[in-house]
Design a protein around this ligand. Sequence first.
Ligand code: DX5
Ligand code: ZN
Length: 215
Amino acid sequence: MSHKIAPSLLSADFGNLQRDVEMVNHSKADWFHIDVMDGVFVPNISFGFPVIQSIKKHAKKPLDVHLMIVDPDRYLEEFKNAGAEILAVHYEACNHLHRTCQKIKSLGMKAGVSLNPHTPVSVLEDIICETDLILLMSVNPGFGGQKFIENTYSKIKALKKLIDSKKAKTLIEIDGGVDASNFKKLIECGADVLVAGNYVFKSEDPEKTIADLKE
Ligand code: DX5
Ligand code: ZN
């Protein structure tokens, strides 16, 4: 399977959101990556349901929604109604992660679990078979445009090993600081989906930048 690219709309131009959504529609990207931040789990606030509904109206590719919020269980159904196809919650934000994954799937979405850079892959041992996707943060969540954390490579390899040992079908997604200098190595290590925000939207030709990341 060739890898997927999920441009992060956090770095889009919100004054021209429809234009940027159409650009992604037209590009070789596979998913839209949508970052929801509550100012509690992370030191930043991004956007909520009205913005996601507006994106959904124009998006022709799946919405991959990354929840950086405490107690995400309160809103799972609302994210489904807003148009999420893939919904990732943070391991660090869930007391009953198994139940949360079950609920996401029962609502008809793919269940994702995200790990902060300091959280080891080993905590996933008893939940991996319930997940469709693991989102490894390769920066501390909260902001676009940060520097990639090199330790991510060994985490991908450890995660790949865990997935294979459990015969799971889980995809590995990498989020934060992805650019031309690291994307090939990330894929070689076992990444299936690459999120890219700043590198795509701050480039001169975002559509070409997406195509380059697909190479
Ligand atoms: C960070 C978000 C990322 C962010 C990535 O908390 O989860 O999705 O938008 O942006 P870049 O690619 O600029 O690091
Ligand atoms: Zn994200």
